[in-house]
Design a protein around this ligand. Structure first.
Ligand code: 6GU
Length: 244
């Protein structure tokens, strides 16, 4: 059982996201546990303030260190027993490789920062790692927490219906997926490629591999540098590059 704890000033945001689909199933089956905690519960002042004006002046508010520290203590998120992650645009960019690393931990604690900023002492003393989900700006780390939990949870054995799907798929193999089709064979004159209806498994496999390579070369040539390629793959790619 892997456990995720999320610290946020908007814990309600997570109810519907984690209450649906595969993640709900995984929770119901006891494969994962997800708890959202309100940072406000760690505030001690009369107004239960979670942010305050920046020392030295300037625009925007800064998230206070104490409420975060107190919630971490209340949930026993102690170093060594869990991985504490601050979600912030300043973190390292999230990737499938990082998802794999987090999936090795039995407990991941995600702290949702807000763009205006978090007191530097949170970074310095209360977290093990800082993660961003990409080069764009969100209003807060909540959507990022959903992305991270989703990507990590699906790597846990049993969470996906089909154990194979996680491995076989695009980023796991380092290539983009080949085109997929389902019924009907023809819709408004738009046909499914004949090879997929042929029943020749070897030919289908070869076609998929070639389509996958073609698509990766067109859309994400950067991925080819690290993908596991056979000699046959390389020859095919070289021929593709020669084409007009
Ligand atoms: Cl983790 N937080 C915010 N506020 N913006 C982001 C982000 C995180 N990752 C990308 N943009």
């Amino acid at each position: 059982m892997m456990r995720f704890d999320i610290l946020s000033i908007f814990p309600e945001m997570f109810e519907s996201f984690f209450g649906c689909s595969l993640l709900k199933k995984a929770r119901d089956r006891g494969l994962i546990r997800i708890e959202a905690h309100n940072i406000r519960d760690g505030a001690t002042d009369r107004h239960r303030m979670t942010d305050d004006y920046p020392y030295g002046g300037g625009a925007g508010m800064v998230m206070k260190v104490e409420p975060i520290a107190r919630v971490l203590e209340a949930i026993d998120a102690v170093p060594g027993e869990c991985l504490r992650v601050l979600l912030t645009p300043q973190g390292e960019t999230f990737s499938q490789a990082i998802a794999g690393e987090l999936a090795q931990s039995s407990r991941v604690v995600l702290i949702c920062g807000h763009y205006e900023g978090v007191d530097e002492r949170v970074r310095q003393n209360l977290v093990d790692r800082e993660i961003s989900i990409g080069d764009y700006v969100l209003t807060g780390g909540e959507a990022a927490a959903m992305v991270v939990v989703d990507a990590v949870a699906r790597l846990i054995p049993g969470v996906l219906g089909n154990e194979e799907s996680a491995r076989h798929e695009s980023f796991a193999k380092g290539l983009l997926e080949s085109p997929q089709y389902t019924r009907p064979e023809e819709f408004r004159g738009w046909k499914v490629p004949d090879v997929l209806l042929s029943g020749h498994h070897r030919e289908i496999e070869d076609w998929r591999r070639r389509e996958s390579l073609k698509r990766t070369l067109e859309r994400r040539p950067d991925l080819l540098a690290t993908a596991a390629l056979t000699e046959k793959d390389r020859t095919f790619l070289e021929d593709l590059k020669k084409e007009p």
